[in-house]
Ligand binder design. Structure first.
Ligand code: HEC
Ligand code: HEC
Length: 204
């Protein structure tokens, strides 16, 4: 009787251990990397404290992996992220991207004066200027499109979004899918970029 109880207990713990180890190991290496390396700039949970560094919390996993590969190959040029990405293996990119995608992005606020114009551009685009609606690709709520690896924009720092729009407009950042973001950004005026970036920071 006593030995069968012990046996039962042992087999239950064995099942528990063998079932848990792989998930725990992946989560912990992503979490450990985030904590030890990325947190200095992007914050421990991917919510960076200053707009100079983009928030990674709640960003799409496929987009995060795509970005890390682009930094590593130099396709997306940034000196800091270039050297960061050199140290990461493909499986580390996967696990750190998985970790950040599961965190919750902290909400931001929009400048009330810019909301009307920003919302109009996001939802309807600017047909006369040939600008398509941002939500067509970035999702009706700005949460991105995971299967297509289109990034989430909702809640991201406005100054970072503005910087990226300028980089696209001037060809300093080259977008995938035949340069679609280069086309979009090149057709926005500086005031329109500012309005849509502010609107997006407040979107949640
Ligand atoms: C020393 C500061 C610093 C550290 C440490 C750092 N980053 Fe970055 N990261 C940046 C900066 C600056 C940018 C913006 C680059 C740009 O403007 O293109 C960025 C951008 C990114 C982006 C693109 C986000 C987007 O929305 O397109 C990803 C993904 C990223 N970092 C992942 C990581 C990961 C993963 C780590 C840890 C392994 C890490 N970073 C460590 C500074 C840093
Ligand atoms: C046809 C699809 C499409 C449309 C429409 C579109 N985007 Fe994008 N956007 C993308 C893709 C794809 C990327 C990622 C590009 C890459 O990393 O190569 C992107 C990236 C971005 C980024 C960079 C995000 C980051 O985290 O670095 C910003 C900012 C952005 N888009 C803003 C906008 C705004 C504002 C509009 C509307 C005026 C818009 N987009 C319309 C597809 C689109």
């Amino acid at each position: 009787m006593k030995s069968s109880v012990i046996l039962l207990f042992c087999s239950i713990s064995l099942i528990a251990v063998s079932g848990m180890v792989p998930a725990w190991a992946t989560a912990s290496s992503g979490a450990a990397l985030a904590q030890n390396v990325c947190s200095a700039c992007h914050g421990p949970d991917g919510n960076s404290l200053t707009p100079s560094f983009p928030k990674l919390a709640g960003q799409g996993e496929a987009y995060l992996i795509h970005s890390l590969k682009d930094f590593k190959s130099g396709r997306r040029s940034n000196p800091i992220m270039y050297s960061m990405a050199q140290t990461l293996t493909p499986s580390e990119m996967d696990s750190v991207a998985h970790f950040f995608s599961k965190q919750k992005m902290s909400p931001g606020t929009a400048n009330p004066k810019l909301v009307a114009l920003g919302q109009r551009i996001f939802r309807g685009g600017l047909p006369k200027q040939g600008v398509p609606a941002c939500m067509a690709c970035h999702g009706p709520d700005g949460m991105g499109n995971e299967p297509a690896a289109y990034p989430r924009l909702a809640g991201q720092w406005a100054p970072y979004l503005l910087e990226q729009l300028n980089a696209f407009a001037h060809g300093k950042r080259k977008s995938t899918n035949h340069g679609m973001m280069n086309y979009v950004a090149a057709h926005l005026t500086p005031a329109q970029m500012k309005a849509v970036a502010s609107y997006l920071q407040g979107l949640h």
